[in-house]
Design a protein around this ligand. Structure first.
Ligand SMILES: NC(=O)c1ccc[n+]([C@@H]2O[C@H](COP(=O)([O-])OP(=O)(O)OC[C@H]3O[C@@H](n4cnc5c(N)ncnc54)[C@H](O)[C@@H]3O)[C@@H](O)[C@H]2O)c1
Length: 244
């Protein structure tokens, strides 16, 4: 399904990013696992079957880091990644009346600017050589519904969805697709710290009455990465157990 493709996955040391690396590698892709936590990215690579993958420390919100990672890919694989999954993301939750300017900005720097920097660089290098590509961004159901304590995160994820639609329109002529996945509540480090009482409240709101797994999100991303989704661009996909 993805044999011969090269995939750059950001946030590759985290729950969803790691599951994406595993599924894409099983489908035949070579993986560049990038994360600001290099150890976690290396752990991800150690879980993959063959050894033609690589891990790299990269802060997606730093344009120099992003450029260096793409240079590194070019020198190792002699081509740009045809698949890019922007899975790096952070939360800095707080109520509007308490949230600091710094925590508001930090979330936008990673979630929005990070997605922009990586997507822009990927498109530049693909357009340069006339290659097709598929970019998959990660938004969230909270982009649609808002969430108490997440004015920074939810609005950053709304920006990621709209950004995706702009990229899809501009890049369609170059045969570069760009789609966005909106996970609901997924069991990863990001949701680990939610108190049990609040988790149960969220579960009661989800039609399927449970959190999703990173693999369930990764399955959708694998489909969007592959040519099986060749006529899909600018689209949003819920992976949320029915919550919108
Ligand atoms: N878990 C959920 O319920 C859920 C729901 C909706 C959307 N999402 C989104 O899915 C994506 C993956 O989240 P996850 O649940 O796997 O979280 P996670 O915390 O397990 O993983 C996030 C990864 O991103 C990395 N990261 C953070 N800042 C970075 C930076 N500046 N540069 C590079 N890497 C950075 C972290 O080191 C971590 O490995 C995120 O964009 C998140 O917002 C998660």
């Amino acid at each position: 399904m993805l044999t011969g493709k090269l995939a750059l996955v950001t946030g590759a040391g985290g729950g969803i990013g790691r599951a994406v690396c595993q599924l894409l590698a099983e489908a035949g892709a070579k993986i560049m696992a990038a994360d600001c936590n290099h150890t976690a990215a290396k752990e991800t690579i150690s879980l993959l079957a063959n050894n033609d993958h690589m891990a790299r420390r990269m802060d997606v919100s730093d344009s120099q880091d992003v450029k260096a990672a793409f240079d590194n890919i070019q020198s190792k694989y002699y081509k740009p990644p045809e698949v890019v999954v922007n899975a790096a993301g952070i939360v800095r939750d707080n109520f509007l009346l308490k949230i600091s300017e710094e925590d508001f900005q930090k979330v936008f720097d990673v979630n929005v600017k990070g997605t922009f920097l990586v997507t822009k660089k990927a498109c530049e290098v693909l357009v340069d050589i006339g290659a097709a590509g598929s970019i998959i961004n990660i938004s969230s159901v909270v982009a649609k519904r808002g969430n108490i304590g997440q004015c920074n995160y939810a609005s950053s994820k709304a920006a990621v969805e709209t950004f995706t639609k702009c990229v899809a329109r501009e890049m369609a002529d170059y045969n570069i697709r760009c789609n966005v996945v909106l996970p609901g509540f997924i069991a990863t480090t990001m949701t680990n710290e939610i108190p049990e009482k609040v988790k149960n409240m969220f579960k009661s709101m989800i039609p399927m009455k449970r959190f999703g797994t990173p693999e369930e999100v990764a399955q959708m991303i694998k489909f969007l990465a592959s040519d099986e989704s060749s006529y899909i661009t600018g689209s949003s996909f819920y992976v949320s157990g029915g919550i919108e």
